[in-house]
Write a protein that binds this ligand. Structure first.
Ligand code: 13P
Length: 233
């Protein structure tokens, strides 16, 4: 069983989500399929895929215009939430500390956080990939609370049509697994994300410690997403 999570980012519509759920209801898979959709689509979502959000407030409730709390996500039916996606880190200045607070908030309300870590191109060029991954996990993943999912997303490969080598992905995921084990979170699922397509999904998911994938662009249309889900039964 693998976890196949789609991140729709700021894309999609109620009609597109209905079409996707309809297409997903016709396939036979043991994999856990999650769709992380914009806030506006969560409450109306019905179907076989579990629904997740893409961000959550660090606050519980109150005068925080525009924010959405973990309790509200749970109330709307979200079971997962992506926290610390590179686009949140890049465009909204989210740090590991903020990401951990968000993950904690999700756990408090029974939502599984999908916690993203990964290096930029500059960090990669400076030979800091492993350091960034290790500190990202140590500082972004809450020590206490319920189960989490970690996603390794090399930031330079997102939407770029390129991926690290299999050996690089294996090294990153092994480091993440070891770091999580030291934190008492051995066995936490670790997803790979960045430029996952139908054509590379099977190979990526055969790499040690790759327990599934987090898919951006190729999760928007069922014709692209279903081959990824079916790449491994
Ligand atoms: P792409 O699959 O479009 O590269 O995006 C990856 C991503 O950011 C998923 O969260």
């Amino acid at each position: 069983m693998k976890i196949i999570a789609g991140n729709w980012k700021m894309n999609g519509s109620a009609v597109a989500l209905r079409e996707m759920q309809d297409a997903l209801s016709k396939i036979d898979t043991e994999n856990r399929v999650i769709l992380c959709v914009p806030f506006t689509l969560i409450a109306g979502a019905h179907g076989v895929a579990a629904i997740g959000a893409q961000d959550v407030s660090v606050h519980d409730h109150g005068a925080f215009t525009g924010e959405v709390s973990a309790q509200m996500l749970a109330d709307a039916g979200a079971k997962y939430v992506i926290v610390g996606h590179s686009e949140r880190r890049m465009y909204h200045g989210e740090t590991n500390d903020v990401v951990r607070e968000k993950a904690q908030m999700a756990l408090t309300h029974g939502i599984t956080p999908i916690i993203c870590v990964g290096e930029t191109m500059d960090e990669r060029d400076a030979g800091k990939t492993m350091e960034i991954i290790e500190s990202g996990v140590r500082e972004s993943v809450p020590v206490d609370g319920g189960d989490v999912i970690v996603a390794y997303e090399p930031r330079w490969a997102i939407g770029a049509g390129i991926t690290p080598t299999d050996d690089e992905i294996a090294a990153a995921h092994t480091l993440i697994a070891e770091t999580l084990a030291k934190m008492g979170r051995g066995g936490t699922p670790i997803l790979y994300g960045a430029s996952v397509k139908g054509g590379n999904a099977a190979k990526l998911m055969s790499i040690p410690h790759v327990d599934g994938v987090l898919v951006g662009g190729a999760s928007l249309k069922s014709d692209d997403f279903i081959p990824i889900i079916m790449a491994t039964k």
